[in-house]
Design a protein around this ligand. Structure first.
Ligand code: GLY
Length: 404
């Protein structure tokens, strides 16, 4: 087959209905929870008001990371931090829900500062940074300039792929180490999108190879995942399996588990290869049947955290899990779909309670309290997190879309 034919057949494969980034799953038969839908509308209004509080405090050229309620201090980052896309992404989702033009204007303002990261080849986080931001902007109001920014970002991300290892490198580190973290599964969506736009199948191949290598090496027999795999770049062999942000090398760090879940759901959506759906289902079963998943379904920061049941929860892991399960439910058999939906509903309901949802004007304008960023590093512990907000909003958008 000529290259052109290969390219066309690949594109044909890709022409199955797919969900554009961050959009909702297909509608499935599901009884309406009117009270929860009403709560979600209230949450959108409250979140928009909160983000105006936050916007009033964001210095030019900076991106909100977190806020420390006890000292009333913000922490901001530069555009190169992995979280820089979540604030514009949240603003754009909230704009769609409220039609408040000031949210859109603030998103456009900060996207100008973010654009330069399209050339950043020093991070694997370009999917988070550019697809949650420019991907949403392009979905709402498509522009050739957004396509160019996203395609350039995908090219930058692809430079970090090593065919011997079969993975995109996560963190640059000392010689002899090639570190890949489970979180990296979240960056593949940008690459799938890039093949759809450009017809260049190399992005697709990198994404699928990364997903396959990760499936082989990152998971334990119970479908929990390690945080970090250290590969030998010369042979592609595994040198070490360990954690960075979890409680222990052999523990199940909560956010890592849900990044993996979300990543394989996206990979299934984009490829329709059932192996990825099986992987997502197995990860979901590990999470939902875990004896340490609390009844309110907001995970402890690590499923094996010391001190459970007094250990801290990570609300961001709850947000990500709810959003992921809502998409997964659209692909599952009825009994499991029902379970996924119920868990997602429980999470949204509990994150909407005063335990997690900040009172108006508090929490520095962030929506959700009680996230855990990096506990072993003692950073961002029991605080709001920009990604906790982003995936909470996304979960509500997806839930609402199920009932259109
Ligand atoms: N390393 C990304 C995260 O904290 O989830």
């Amino acid at each position: 087959m000529t290259y052109r034919l290969v390219r066309l057949s690949l594109l044909g494969l890709l022409c199955v209905p797919v969900f554009m980034n961050c959009s909702g799953p297909k509608a499935i038969s599901h009884s309406k929870d009117k009270a929860l839908l009403d709560q979600i509308e209230t949450n959108f209004k409250d979140a928009a008001a909160q983000y105006k509080v936050l916007a009033a405090n964001v210095p030019q050229g900076k991106f909100p990371k977190t806020y420390f309620p006890t000292t009333a201090k913000y922490e901001f980052s530069n555009s190169s931090w992995w979280c820089s896309g979540f604030y514009p992404g949240s603003l754009l989702y909230l704009y769609e829900q409220t039609k408040d033009p000031s949210l859109y204007a603030e998103a456009e303002r900060i996207l100008v500062d973010l654009e330069k990261e399209k050339n950043n080849t020093g991070t694997h986080d370009l999917g988070f940074m550019m697809f949650c931001s420019f991907g949403n902007a392009n979905r709402i109001a498509p522009k050739p300039s957004y396509n160019n920014i996203l395609l350039t970002s995908a090219k930058s991300l692809a430079t970090r792929f090593d065919p011997v290892v079969g993975c995109i490198r996560s963190w640059n580190s000392k010689a002899g180490e090639y570190l890949v973290i489970i979180d990296n599964m979240m960056n593949l969506e940008l690459l799938f999108w890039a093949t759809r736009l450009s017809g260049d199948s190399s992005f697709y191949k990198i994404a699928v190879t990364h997903a396959n290598t990760t499936m082989t090496n990152h998971f334990r027999p119970d479908y929990s995942s390690y945080h970090v795999i250290n590969y030998d770049q010369k042979t592609g062999g595994v040198q070490q399996k360990r954690t960075a942000q979890g409680a222990a090398d052999e523990s199940a760090w909560a956010r890592g588990q849900v990044w993996g879940l979300y990543g394989y759901i996206v990979t299934y959506r984009e490829t329709r290869d059932k192996r990825y759906l099986d992987q997502a289902n197995n990860i979901a079963r590990f999470l939902l049947n875990h004896p340490n998943l609390p009844s309110d379904k907001i995970p402890y920061w690590d499923f094996n955290a010391p001190g459970i049941p007094s250990a801290l929860r990570d609300a961001s892991a709850g947000s990500i899990m709810a959003s992921a399960l809502l998409e997964l439910s659209g692909y599952q058999e009825p009994a499991e779909a029902k379970t996924s939906l119920k868990v997602a509903e429980t999470i949204i309901r509990n994150l909407s309670s005063t335990t997690y949802k900040a009172a108006p004007g508090t929490n520095g304008g962030f929506i959700i309290q009680h996230g855990v960023g990096h506990l072993p590093n003692k950073s961002e512990v029991d605080v709001p997190l920009s990604y906790g907000d982003y995936y909470f909003i996304e979960a509500m958008v997806r839930y609402k879309a199920l009932h259109r």
